[in-house]
Design a protein around this ligand. Structure first.
Ligand SMILES: Cc1cc2nc3c(=O)[nH]c(=O)nc-3n(C[C@H](O)[C@H](O)[C@H](O)COP(=O)(O)OP(=O)(O)OC[C@H]3O[C@@H](n4cnc5c(N)ncnc54)[C@H](O)[C@@H]3O)c2cc1C
Length: 451
């Protein structure tokens, strides 16, 4: 039964996190206002790509949106016709890495099948606390604030940087024109060698037949690692001891990976076995330990934990071997416009520089969740009113790890203000992928269902 005497809950952002939260709330009988600025609820940044070569980095059998129905996505996938599945073979669907755009359609189909969700297209510019409790949602497009009883910020990942402007340097690799106007012969420079670089390189190499050199540079110059083929089930990991710091965790993981390899099993299966313990281990770390982990272990962690589909790994490896993708360790030190584009200077870790003449530079350095993000609306208004604060590690927003309520300037959970999604990383660390985010959505919905 719908609780229509309560004002609706506003869910701001309709990527995976916001959509799932809205679905759970509506199922629990709450009226929901789901607000999305990009006009296509359900897809968000990750599943909004139209490129069929951008694949999920988890096999279909692990991507159910609902923890209690592990086969949900797979069953949906099996009901799609071959035209939708493209080259995917129906018999191999459980272990297939499906195109991300199909996953976006799956979330959209679930939204469409859930009554009780009112959609509002537009950008939220401010969230105002009301004297009688609840919040007013102000839209950038204008009009009176919409009154709601509670708010969930499901804003996802901000782009890497808003400071750089095209045409020479693109701070946001996801913006529509990032690859426009490039000729297939152009050399270009991607800064960052992780999953975003992998997406861009895949589009360039496969979809656009690019044959200029794609330079990719990052501090360590590591290419994303692929999942094992064939995939192996996670190997149950030894219990991490209470209060285990980053050094102990790294040792335990290295030991488990070595044992797996000695038994002829992939190291990936050993690492996956630790995943259920990671949030607990992170929560047990002190502030300085977390900072130390970020300083020393963040890049190796991301490399081993966030892997690409085997076919993407193969494509990147072949491009490196053919000299079409040139990956090196270093950092972009400076650049200036040149006669045919940009002259970029790469500083190598051990000293020395290399100058590259490229058509453009695209930053693939990941989300910029630091102070710049907090200075954007609707976050800065909430922060200025003491209802929100950064987490101190530059990972996102400070939240209570149990309730996911935002922590205000005084460090106390704020009534009726929740955060769901990757912005909760500082509290939980594992807060990026579907298996964790679907639980966050469920948890917050359960709390809000009766609030
Ligand atoms: C490229 C990429 C690939 C990924 N692949 C996988 C994968 O294969 N498997 C996996 O498990 N995880 C994957 N992930 C992890 C991913 O973070 C999560 O799966 C999930 O998509 C995060 O969803 P979200 O809703 O929290 O954020 P987002 O998808 O970023 O959605 C946030 C939404 O909020 C909207 N928004 C922001 N501000 C406002 C505002 N002021 N007003 C209105 N709307 C607003 C945005 O427009 C956006 O649609 C991937 C991530 C990326 C970036």
């Amino acid at each position: 039964m719908r609780c229509s005497f309560l004002r609706p809950v506003a869910v701001i952002g309709a990527g995976f996190s916001g959509s799932l939260l809205a679905i759970h709330l509506a199922r629990a009988g709450r009226d929901v206002l789901l607000i999305e600025r990009n006009g296509e609820p359900g897809r968000g940044l990750a599943y909004g790509t139209e490129d069929p070569l951008h694949l999920l980095n988890v096999p279909a059998q692990g991507m159910s949106a609902f923890a209690e129905e592990p086969g949900h996505f797979l069953e949906w996938l099996m009901r799609q016709d071959q035209a939708a599945l493209g080259p995917l073979c129906p018999a191999a669907l459980p272990t297939a890495f499906a195109p991300r755009k199909l996953y976006g359609r799956y979330i959209q189909a679930n939204l469409a099948a859930t009554p009780g969700i009112t959609r509002l297209a537009g950008e939220v510019s401010d969230v105002l606390p009301l004297a009688e409790g609840g919040y007013g949602i102000r839209m950038a497009e204008g009009g009176s604030p919409v009154e709601v009883s509670a708010v969930a910020l499901c804003l996802g990942n901000p782009p890497p940087s808003q400071r750089h402007a095209p045409p020479w340097i693109f701070g946001n690799p996801w913006e529509a024109g990032a690859l426009d106007g490039l000729s297939p012969e152009d050399d270009l420079l991607l800064v960052g060698t992780g999953l975003t670089m992998a997406d861009l390189a895949t589009t360039l190499l496969k979809a656009r037949g690019h044959h200029g050199v794609i330079h990719a540079v990052s501090r360590r110059g590591w290419l994303p690692l692929p999942h094992a083929t064939p995939m192996a089930a996670p190997i149950p990991a030894p219990e991490l001891r209470e209060g285990a710091g980053p050094r102990h965790i790294a040792q335990a993981m290295r030991g488990a990976a070595a044992q797996a390899l000695a038994r002829g099993l992939p190291w990936q299966a050993a690492l996956d076995g630790f995943r259920p313990q990671i949030q607990r281990a992170w929560r047990g770390m002190s502030g300085p330990e977390r900072a130390r982990f970020l300083r020393h272990a963040r890049t190796p962690w991301n490399l081993h934990r966030h892997r690409v589909a085997p076919e993407v790994g193969r494509l990147l490896g072949e491009a490196v071997a053919a000299g079409r993708l040139r990956v090196q360790a270093g950092r972009l030190d400076r650049w200036r416009p040149g006669p045919d584009g940009v002259e970029a200077v790469i500083r190598r870790p051990g000293g020395g520089e290399e100058e590259l003449a490229v058509a453009r530079i695209i930053l693939c350095t990941g989300a910029d969740t630091g102070p710049d993000w907090l200075a954007t609306q609707p976050l800065c208004g909430l922060r200025d009113r003491g209802l929100l604060r950064g987490d101190g590690l530059g990972l996102g927003l400070d939240v209570d790890p149990d309730s996911l309520r935002a922590l205000g300037a005084d460090g106390r959970p704020v009534r009726g203000l929740y955060v769901v999604g990757p912005a909760t990383r500082a509290a939980l660390w594992e807060a990026t992928a579907v298996p964790e985010l679907r639980l966050q959505a469920q948890r917050v919905a359960a709390e809000l269902a009766t609030a």
